[in-house]
Design a protein around this ligand. Structure first.
Ligand SMILES: NC(=O)c1ccc[n+]([C@@H]2O[C@H](COP(=O)([O-])OP(=O)(O)OC[C@H]3O[C@@H](n4cnc5c(N)ncnc54)[C@H](OP(=O)(O)O)[C@@H]3O)[C@@H](O)[C@H]2O)c1
Length: 288
């Protein structure tokens, strides 16, 4: 049987890099993207991976990239829109330019690349699109509200797409990772000149978050989303917080969750909240 081919964006580190390793180990051909010449050799040890340059901000490059990706192994069976970054800080302190940039990469870049691959999938009558959202899309985390809004856009886009593409034999899914220890936190785009009044809240909120899971946990979920054949399953939650939160909402209701989340973020977590939420997961060393 001919090996299938997946295209994965943003593969220098984190979920992207672990996904390249996993798909390759499972016998898939992988077209991996990086955005710097210096990173082009990152997957050289894998005989079934080809690494191409792509900055997802550059929407004009997408049609040419899709063609080049197709030429690598003769077909493309799945697209994983993973590239993204984290803008952090109170909304008041971030500039509109930082906000536009966050959406240009996390949302518009993802939409543009998706548009470049849909005709390929439509013509072959098959294909899976997996978009990386975030657990923060589900309830809008503070001090990262713009990032969370970008990931909520990805979630809604993916759900709409899932229904829209069903008749074409193409499926769209979204991954909702909780906190993972990846290099994303070493490349944060910070809001400058944060007014002091925000500092206690910022400290409280990030203390509440814990360390995070290893990126391999989410790479496994990405692989499952591409290969499980469940076209009607759109949401894949990953990590201890990523899986606990939807479960708690289901058990106790979204309104209860929201009140408790707000109280906890304001420094008054209830005992029940503390017992239900994964607390203080050990910090994980960066392994890639
Ligand atoms: N880590 C978490 O806790 C977490 C939780 C939920 C969702 N996510 C999402 O998961 C995805 C992967 O993040 P990660 O945690 O694995 O972080 P990461 O290790 O920083 O990986 C992000 C990748 O995206 C690439 N990238 C960023 N901007 C790009 C652009 N304009 N064009 C092309 N590539 C670009 C980065 O390339 P460079 O190396 O060149 O910067 C890197 O390869 C992101 O969409 C992130 O928002 C992460």
């Amino acid at each position: 049987m001919t090996a299938k081919t997946v295209v994965i964006t943003g593969t220098t580190t984190g979920f992207g890099r672990d996904s390249v390793e996993l798909f390759s180990a499972q016998g898939w051909n992988v077209v991996a993207t990086v955005r710097k010449d210096a990173d082009l050799d990152v997957h050289d040890h894998l005989s079934n991976a080809r690494t191409l340059l792509l900055d997802v901000v550059d929407e004009d490059a997408d049609a040419g990239f899709a063609q080049l990706a197709l030429e690598q192994f003769g077909r493309v069976d799945a697209l994983v829109n993973n590239a993204g970054y984290y803008h952090m800080g109170p909304v008041e302190a971030g500039t509109m330019s930082q906000i536009h940039d966050q959406f240009q990469t996390n949302v518009f870049g993802l939409m543009a690349l998706t548009k470049a691959f849909i005709p390929v999938f439509r013509q072959q009558g098959s294909g899976v699109i997996v978009n990386i959202s975030s657990i923060s899309a589900d309830q809008g985390y503070p001090y990262t509200a713009v990032y969370a809004a970008s990931k909520a856009a990805v979630a809604a886009f993916t759900e709409g797409l899932n229904v829209e593409l069903a008749d074409l034999g193409v499926s769209a899914k979204a991954i909702f990772p909780g906190a993972h220890a990846t290099r994303i936190f070493t490349k944060i785009d910070q809001a400058a000149d944060v007014p002091e009044a925000y500092l206690p809240g910022i400290q409280r909120f990030f203390a509440m978050q814990g360390g995070g899971s290893k990126p391999a946990v989410t790479a496994q979920a990405i692989y499952e989303a591409v290969t499980d054949g469940k076209d009607n399953k759109v949401r894949y939650y990953t990590g201890p917080d990523g899986t606990a939160i939807p479960r708690v909402k289901q058990l106790l209701g979204a309104d209860w969750y929201w009140d408790e989340f707000r109280n906890a973020a304001n420094g008054n977590p209830s005992d029940l909240w503390k017992s239900l939420m994964p607390q203080g997961t050990e910090p994980v060393e960066f392994d890639v």
